[in-house]
Design a protein around this ligand. Structure first.
Ligand code: CA
Ligand code: CA
Length: 379
């Protein structure tokens, strides 16, 4: 087939000038659409943004040629990426897809030397049930405590281009009876009560992990063995994208964080749930779960009906992935007692060497709903 331009003079508007007034196709009987091709940019490695357990990363567009139809890149350029590796996917309506990896290295120690980021999660923060909730289970001998700095980050994402960042987060810590044991609105103003018996400004300020915006929340909590949840909301029921993270300030304590879980609204594409976490001091055996449909049994109306899960290392390589937990590690998961209660939920068990990891949860198909990502560290 050949295309030939036919040049003429456009007289329809009364003005002179050369325009293309027709395109003649010769030696062809029908229009031919070139094959769709998508070419992603190269893998990207960046340091974390100072003070954040991750970075806002911009990257070049995917090179798209031919008849691809609409192409969607997720997460999009300009998103917040947690510490660890996240795979970016461009998927064309015509079928072809490509991927590359964005790796955020823990270069600026958010938690200070010797302390680990246990988990950081970015999600849309809504009102009511749609709050961003992080759960912790502390295990240890009677009398032991785990000292954890928990933060709710919002406005400090704005300078990095997260335009829908939560402008004024608040943070509550609940115990297993759902009683509030600590709360904070703006980190420079300690709210006494519950576990908090003295002003925390100096200790937070000296921790190396003080939030960079005065409206952000932080609490240092000495947690005795038990289960806790941290709840992030927007002050005055405002909504937006927020990050909750936790630093372990007592790595020498015999008490251990054995479970960290995050619950929030998961949306298609960009707003998948990505939990970043760091394994220190030798390998850890972990069960990672992506919980969705079984939440409806706990009164959550808009739980995801089906979930998928990927565990990726700091190079972006998939350590293990799963769709429905009974498919390949059923016996191993049942032996831990941590198997999900719904067959469509995803779970995996893996011994992982020290390093930075992300657990990525999506709905299947990609729909909007509440999901939970859980990381259990086994003895
Ligand atoms: Ca606040
Ligand atoms: Ca599934």
């Amino acid at each position: 087939m050949q295309l030939r331009w036919h040049l003429g003079t456009d007289t329809s508007t009364g003005s002179a000038g050369q325009t293309v007034d027709d395109i003649v196709v010769i030696d062809g009987t029908s229009a031919v659409v070139c094959a769709c091709s998508v070419q992603c940019p190269a893998n990207i490695v960046v340091p974390n943004d100072p003070g954040l357990c991750g970075a806002v990363v911009n990257f070049p567009s995917t090179n798209i040629t031919g008849g691809c139809g609409t192409a969607l890149t997720t997460p999009s350029s300009g998103s917040f990426f947690p510490i660890g590796a996240t795979t970016v996917t461009t998927m064309a309506a015509a079928g072809p897809a490509c991927t590359f990896t964005v790796t955020v290295q823990d270069s600026h120690k958010v938690c200070g030397e010797g302390a680990a980021v246990n988990v950081s999660t970015r999600l849309p923060v809504g009102a009511g049930d749609d709050a961003l909730i992080e759960g912790f289970i502390v295990q240890g001998p009677v009398g032991s405590t785990k000292k954890i700095l928990i933060r709710a980050i919002g406005p400090s994402l704005l300078p990095f281009g997260i335009t829908d960042a939560l402008t004024n987060p608040t943070l509550e810590i609940h115990d297993s009876t759902t009683a509030i044991v600590a709360m904070n609105n703006d980190w420079k103003s300690t709210q006494l009560g519950g576990l908090i018996s003295s002003d925390q400004f100096a200790e937070i300020n000296g921790s190396g992990a003080a939030p960079s915006d005065d409206l952000e929340s932080a609490i240092i909590a000495n947690l005795t063995p038990g289960s806790y949840t941290a709840v992030v909301r927007g002050a005055g029921n405002t909504t937006g994208t927020g990050v909750v993270d936790a630093c372990d300030l007592s790595s020498a304590s015999p008490a251990r964080l054995v479970n960290v879980a995050t619950r929030g609204v998961i949306q298609p594409g960009d707003k998948l749930m990505i939990a970043g976490f760091i394994v220190q001091n030798g390998p850890a055996k972990a069960v990672v779960r992506a919980i969705g449909p079984s939440l409806s049994g706990f009164g959550i109306n808009n739980a995801l009906p089906d979930t998928t899960l990927q565990l990726r290392d700091q190079n972006g390589a998939i350590v293990r992935e799963n769709d429905d937990w009974m498919s390949d590690q059923q016996a191993e998961l049942e032996a831990t007692g941590l198997q999900p209660s719904n067959n469509l939920e995803a779970a995996l068990i893996q011994t992982i060497p020290p390093g930075q990891y992300t657990a990525q949860v999506r709905g299947k198909p990609e729909t909007t709903g509440i999901g939970v990502v859980e990381i259990y560290f086994l003895p």
